[in-house]
Design a protein around this ligand. Structure first.
Ligand SMILES: Nc1ncnc2c1ncn2[C@@H]1O[C@H](COP(=O)(O)OP(=O)(O)OP(=O)(O)O)[C@@H](O)[C@H]1O
Length: 725
């Protein structure tokens, strides 16, 4: 019997074990890879920046990235005791880092598109420039989920705004901490900061929001410029040949600047109109600051101007029920009143174009005329005939109440409310104006002449009803002739200036990169969302107008009413920021569409200098009738310059402890910076030289000179000569 061979050992179990092991380990590897990938995905999603500001080449790599926890610990959980300031969309806390370093931590309001923009702008621009002793240092940032924080060097004396205006703070209780020397030093420092940004940075940086709350003070009260949320890089775009922006835009801006300015101030009020316009009871305080007014006024003045000459505006301003061209509808007295008044208010700019710099002809004559017109119109009884209505009206108009005394506060509040155009109104006006302007652009320059005084006056007088005596109309015609001459003079002057400027400078379109415009989709998205929410303010708005709705300044800063003596207007409006600048500080030519020039910073510097010297906000009304003339700082200063008495502007808290020479220099410098033609404003390098005493300040522009413009003289002389002949 054959013995059974045992089965040969089966190799399969071994193979299957190996196979199993390989499979398991491969699966494990794949699984862990998947898990790792998922984790990575989750981590990136959670920690991503919504629109990442951090690319490989970004200088931000050099900035410290803090964790939220770290900053929370540093600020003691963002305790209110560490709160050192509040901006339009952020709160700033003092903090101590682990290494003992004192820092300022800016916590941005969460999840706002605008905050995101400003956050990125700040990091890109401030994080990208080399360090400068006159620009606040950015130390780091934190991005975690929706949280956005920026860490700066701590500036112990906080902002100039607080030093100048804080009533409660010991900084300003009549003490001398902001002595003349310090003020002069601050002016100098800010000028140097701008010189650094404009001339030493490549590409140049336009700050775009120079104002006291963005000037921070160190222990020695030396100033550093901060807040680059609205800054722009000056970038030359490829393939762009120089476009004479001036030749293209000058007239447009002269004619339509109201529209453009509306973008800055008047046109984008949609969201906040109710807030801003709502009269706020702050009767305890006899001060009302209404920074909004200046800007809001700019929104409408030129809309009207395209169709009217200044006489028409002046008359209409008194006849609140008539406005044939300014807006397509008659919106009722209040609104029209605001618009018409605005046409005159700002000034200086519009009024002086037509009746410039000649007190004898413009100031006195107009005030009389207005008074007489007011009498005809029958508004406000005889109060307007009061001599008190005289010449501040050239730059700034005031209504008087029936008692014959100025009732500034009520009026200002009423006026602010009425000044605000709804965007749709503004769009209509803008559309109308642009249509008109494009079809008949050149004619507008001669509008005053073509229309003539009487034709413009007529509607106002017609609407004023009967009772206009022949004698009055004769007088008016005589005045009309006089003004017509002034118009001619102005036109010639303006033409000269424009030609000169357009020869001098060729600005390039598209020269500036406007970071936030890249994110237009978000605007649209937000706009749609707003519409869904029933906010139809922007119903017909185009993209540009959508932008206006994101101006954070129109939001109330919290807490709006619990400010006690910090009246609404002082705090809220004077530090109100738009997407493109701050009311009262923003240059008049800046249309908000991206052409932010260095000269816009120079204009803001001019306002800032006056604010520092006077210790007043740019718009500041006291209820005392005596002080009303000083409400508009810029107009007041121009007026003082006319009368050769600029030192009256100097802050009384300084008593006589200041250098008259330096103060005069600074005021004259400010006036040079405030010239309406950007090209005529000095370069920042020259400003620094002037402040250092290395260069003479060029003689005051004739518009601010105490003596009448030489051209006028020569014309008068010519006229006299021809008469004599
Ligand atoms: N580095 C800092 N050191 C000390 N205080 C600071 C610092 N940065 C800001 N602050 C304080 O916080 C306040 C608010 O600052 P921020 O620049 O955000 O706001 P703002 O300029 O007033 O407002 P807006 O956002 O409307 O321009 C400043 O006015 C200042 O008092």
């Amino acid at each position: 019997m054959a013995s059974r061979q045992p089965f040969p050992p089966n190799p399969r179990p071994k193979t299957s074990i190996i196979f199993l092991a390989i499979t398991i380990s491969t699966s494990l590897i794949i699984l862990s890879a998947i898990l790792y990938f998922l984790y990575y995905l989750w981590y990136t999603l959670v920690h991503r920046s919504r629109t990442s500001p951090f690319d490989g080449a970004s200088p931000l790599k050099q900035l410290q990235r803090f964790s939220y926890k770290e900053l929370k610990n540093a600020t003691n959980s963002f305790s209110s005791s560490n709160c050192i300031g509040k901006g339009g969309s952020c709160t700033v806390f003092r903090g101590i880092l682990r290494d003992g370093k004192l820092v300022a931590v800016k916590l941005l309001d969460s999840a706002s598109f605008q905050c995101e923009q400003e956050f990125q702008n700040e990091l890109k621009i401030l994080g990208g420039i080399k360090s400068c002793p006159f620009v606040v240092s950015l130390l780091g940032f934190c991005v975690e989920g929706e949280k956005r924080l920026v860490v700066y060097e701590y500036m112990p004396n906080r902002s100039l705004q607080e030093s100048l205006f804080s009533e409660s703070d010991s900084l300003n209780c009549g003490d001398t901490r902001l002595s003349w020397g310090r003020r002069f030093g601050i002016i100098h420092d800010v000028a140097k900061a701008l010189a650094f940004l404009h001339n030493e940075c490549d590409p140049a940086v336009i700050h775009g929001d120079v104002k006291p709350s963005n000037v921070l003070l160190d222990t020695e009260f030396r100033a550093k410029l901060s807040d680059f949320g609205l800054s722009r890089l000056k970038v030359e775009s490829e393939g762009e040949i120089g476009v004479d922006m001036f030749s293209q835009d000058l007239w447009k801006s002269q004619e339509l600047s109201g529209n453009s300015n509306a973008g800055v101030g008047g046109g984008g009020e949609n969201e906040s109109t109710p807030n801003v316009g709502t009269p706020v009871e702050s009767h305890e305080n006899d001060e009302v600051d209404f920074a909004l007014a200046l800007q809001a006024s700019a929104s409408s003045k030129s809309n009207c101007r395209v169709y009217h000459n200044v006489m028409g505006l002046a008359i209409n301003s008194l006849n609140f029920n008539f406005s044939p061209d300014c807006g397509s509808e008659n919106k009722g007295g209040g609104e029209l009143k605001g618009k018409e008044l605005s046409a005159n208010e700002n000034g200086g700019v519009e009024w002086s174009k037509f009746v410039p710099y000649d007190d004898e002809l413009s100031s006195v004559d107009h005030s009389k005329e207005l008074n007489s017109n007011a009498a005809i119109v029958g508004e406000d009884n005889g109060s307007r005939e009061d001599a008190g209505a005289k010449q501040w009206g050239k730059d700034w108009w005031w209504k008087q109440d029936g008692s014959g005394e100025f009732c500034s506060k009520d009026y200002v509040m009423e006026w602010i409310g009425s000044q605000i155009c709804h965007s749709t109104d503004w769009d209509e006006e803008k559309g109308a104006v642009e249509e008109k302007a494009s079809s008949d652009h050149a004619k507008h320059l001669y509008k005053c002449e073509e229309v003539g005084e009487n034709s413009v006056q007529e509607p106002a007088f017609e609407s004023s009803g009967e009772g206009v005596e022949k004698e009055d109309s004769k007088r008016r015609r005589a005045r009309g002739r006089k003004h017509r001459k002034m118009h001619e003079w102005w036109k010639e002057e303006e033409m000269d200036e424009a030609k000169k400027a357009s020869r001098l400078l060729v600005w390039r379109r598209g020269r500036f990169k406007v970071p936030h415009l890249r994110l237009g989709k978000c605007f649209k998205f937000k706009n749609r969302k707003k519409l869904r929410n029933g906010d139809d303010h922007h119903h017909n708005a185009d993209d540009q107008n959508m932008e206006f709705s994101f101006r954070k300044g129109w939001r109330r800063k919290n807490p709006p009413r619990s400010m006690g003596s910090e009246d609404l207007f002082s705090r809220e409006l004077s530090s109100t920021t738009s997407m493109r600048g701050t009311l009262c500080y923003v240059a008049p030519e800046y249309n908000g569409y991206g052409y932010l020039m260095e000269k816009a910073d120079i204009y803001s510097l001019g306002v800032l200098i006056l604010v520092i010297i006077s210790g007043r906000r740019p718009l500041h009304v006291l209820s005392s009738p005596m002080k009303l003339e000083k409400a508009n700082l810029i107009s007041w200063c121009k007026s003082l310059a006319h009368s050769g008495n600029t030192l009256e502007l100097v802050d009384q808290r300084l008593r006589d402890e200041y250098s008259k020479e330096q103060a005069t220099l600074c005021i004259n410098l400010a006036l040079a910076c405030l010239q309406k033609m950007p090209e005529l404003r000095p370069e920042i390098s020259d400003i620094v030289k002037v402040l250092k005493g290395e260069m003479e300040l060029p003689s005051l522009p004739f518009e601010f000179s105490p003596s009448p413009p030489p051209k006028l003289h020569s014309r008068s002389r010519r006229r006299l000569k021809s008469c004599a002949d």
